[in-house]
Design a binder for this molecule. Sequence first.
Ligand code: UT7
Length: 357
Amino acid sequence: MIYAKITGWGKALPPASISNDEMSTIVDTTDEWITTRTGIRARRVSHVSTAELATIASKQALACADVSGEDIDLVLLATCTPSTMVANTASLVQKNIGATGAAACDTNAACSGFLYALQNATAQIQSGMIKKAVVVAAERMTWYINWAKRDSAVLFGDGAGAVVLEASSEPSGLLGTKTGCDTEDRDILHIANYGTDLNKYEAVGPSDLLFEGREIFKRAVTGMSLACDDVMDKAKLNLDDIDALIPHQANLRIIQAIQKKLDIEDEKVIVNIDKYGNTSAATIAIALCEAVEQGMIKPHANIMSAAFGAGLTWAASYIKWGERITPLATSDYTFTPCEQSGLELVQDAVTACKNNS
Ligand code: UT7
């Protein structure tokens, strides 16, 4: 049996951020509301493109695995905020990391995208089609935000996370997975004013993230818990076997509700929504990388992860970590210097949204 072992991990978190107090100078909100309703205290704003975020995270993951870009067979980029649609953004990441022999493809399953892409790349390795892959999730969610609307403006941030997968005989990597899509509800979370359904000769307002928060909340908790149960059942895992839970970071209250349903102790739940907000497909990839860096993932750890997103897509994954929890090498490729604050970076967009509202 061939497995797709995770041998490298990396992340890219842009330096500029917006705190809740700063957010309250843009929309009618308070630090108290955002913190108690969502758990978010700050979010990053990128001064570089989605492709560049993905490149930085991927280069770190490759260095961590001590694998050269030339040896990669597949670059899968999970994103719903691509730098370009045609050519796909993965092709630029492929070029930037020197993976010239690799296939390159974008995957859009919104916030579930990283787990969808991980499943796809793992299956290709397990089937023997390919040997090495980079799976990267990168999002520039702040690009979509309508800064005149407080319900969505406070929730999202930018960032990227990546892993390198390599064919291995050791039972590790993605050992259990279930993905699905609750399409009846696709309207309860969508981006308006975007896509080829629009008449391109008619002016439209700024893109706008529309959602029914309470409805998504309920469905997210139920859907992710059921998906986790299903994956654990098939993998014959008990709750005691789980060493870490890495849920999609959309709302701290959703994370706590899933934790309660699964009955998992606090110290096993990986949470970083306070620092980065909801970075869509990137939340799980960033959290996984950070958890390893912070020593929260031990050798051979059993990790459960679950996500939901627009579609409504959902996914649950059981990942078995390998022996190594330290990088083989590091990459010094990083962000270009950013001279502006988070507030300064979004200022023009804020003015445009307010003029349009
Ligand atoms: O992934 C895509 C989007 N993610 C989600 O939708 C995640 C799932 N949903 C959630 O996380 C939560 O539903 C939200 C955080 C989005 C909203 O929390 P909630 O507890 O469901 O609040 P709500 O939408 O029911 O709104 C409660 C009140 C409303 O005021 P009234 O009508 O009770 O007077 C809102 O207008 O909170 C008000 N409100 C705000 N107040 C201050 C909504 N946004 C804000 C805000 N600051 N930013």
